[in-house]
Design a protein around this ligand. Sequence first.
Ligand code: DP6
Length: 399
Amino acid sequence: MAAERGLAMATCTAPVNIAVIKYWGKRDTDLILPINSSLSVTLHQDQLKTTTTAAASRDFTEDRLWLNGKEADVGHPRVQACLREVRRLARKRRGGGEDTAALSLSYKIHIASENNFPTAAGLASSAAGYACLVSALARLYGLEEELSEVARRGSGSACRSMFGGFVQWQRGERPDGTDSLALQVAPETHWPELRVLVLVVSEEKKPVGSTAGMQTSVETSPLLKHRAEVVVPERLAQMMQHIRDRDFEGFGQLAMRDSNQFHATCLDTFPPIFYLTDVSRHIIALAHRYNAHHGHTKVAYSFDAGPNAVIFTLADTVAEFVEVVRRSFPPSTNGDQFVRGLPVGSATLLPELVGAVVTEPVPGAVQYILHTKPGPGPQLVDDPSQHLLGADGLPRSRA
Ligand code: DP6
């Protein structure tokens, strides 16, 4: 980034990802090193994204951070870890010579970040947030290397949002974490028919955050230890093969089983943690009835540390399953906004399907459905009118 009159600015966007082999548990809480490898699908930024602008200026007197328009604590240890690591890499790149380039590493920085989806509702906002922070800082300082190791220091799952498509976070072996990195398994173009439906059941903040929850699990759950040592290594290899083969039956079955095992480790934690709600369980039962009716796996659910369901399916199933969800959870007020994101065609349900699958409807339990698909990794925003900070380095007033 060129520094004009001592002010440099860069804006990036970054995606959310949903793990199909879940990360739950750290072996090093400071470096954020996981007890097992994980694998995720990066979701398209047309529907879910974080945008972050990072600016540096000799006129700034302190580092500052704004999240969704409100000033936040820039001293947060994870924000500081990302800043420190990016600056360390920038210094290394400049061969140790301080301030030879236009943009001084000693300048204070201002950061503004916004999500186009609810924060902390179990939609992996921290993953997109830290991936975006690291991408914007990297652009600001002219770094071109792979930075999943730095994003990992913000939030474990953030390292997987540094790539598009299908992404593995390999746990690594080294105590310093230099081999605990994200790797792309396949790009977003690999499986063009794959679709994702996010069933938003609650916009409330979750009761126990992932960071605290997984630490209690590490300390108390024997099931989690078995999962990390025995189950995940086998599943990871299988899941990579299902993705390579675009085998939805295998992919969907394993995604559901892995989500269920993650929530089983939450119940095995002491005191137990509950992220699934009655509505989540209704959705699980619905998916199984729907698959049973069709005689094979047409939809697969996955739940993170919250009650919202992420449904994986194929393009030819979307319209029918959305109609099944609409009948099962009739919208109370927002009928016209019930389906958002990518367009969904209309479907007429056969009476046999309705009879077998739509058992006791629960009105209003699903707020809305977001239709999306796999998408690319972080993007640079070239258009200066899209910067979240103005020429004075302060957040632009939002329209
Ligand atoms: C259930 O990455 O949010 O979404 O590393 O402590 O920031 P920290 O945790 P975080 O945990 C995500 C857990 C999960 C599963 C997953 O994304 O793999």
